[in-house]
Design a protein. Structure first.
Length: 90
């Protein structure tokens, strides 16, 4: 089963297996715009979660918060995998 979710919530985004960042560029000369989608991970994902949490304010604190979100999400994924493994052996 696959789920695609669009969110502005860093807490929800941290739970995802894959993080795709969507950005919009508006062209001044004609008022047109373009969307760009790119898969991010590692440092880029951490920075994006921090940006989602606080914009450009308190960047260092936001990055620590992003680290905590990713740690929590990783722990939840391990718990879920353990539960799935237990069910497979019942």
């Amino acid at each position: 089963c696959q789920v695609v979710s669009i969110t502005h919530s860093p807490s929800l985004a941290a739970l995802a297996n894959t993080h795709i960042c969507i950005s919009k560029e508006t062209f001044a000369h004609n008022g047109g715009s373009a969307l760009q989608a790119s898969q991010i991970d590692g440092i880029e994902r951490r920075k994006e979660l921090a940006r989602m949490a606080s914009g450009d304010l308190a960047v260092e604190e936001a990055e620590l918060f992003a680290d905590a979100l990713l740690r929590d999400a990783s722990g939840k994924a391990r718990e879920q995998n353990a539960t799935i493994s237990e069910l497979a052996y019942e």
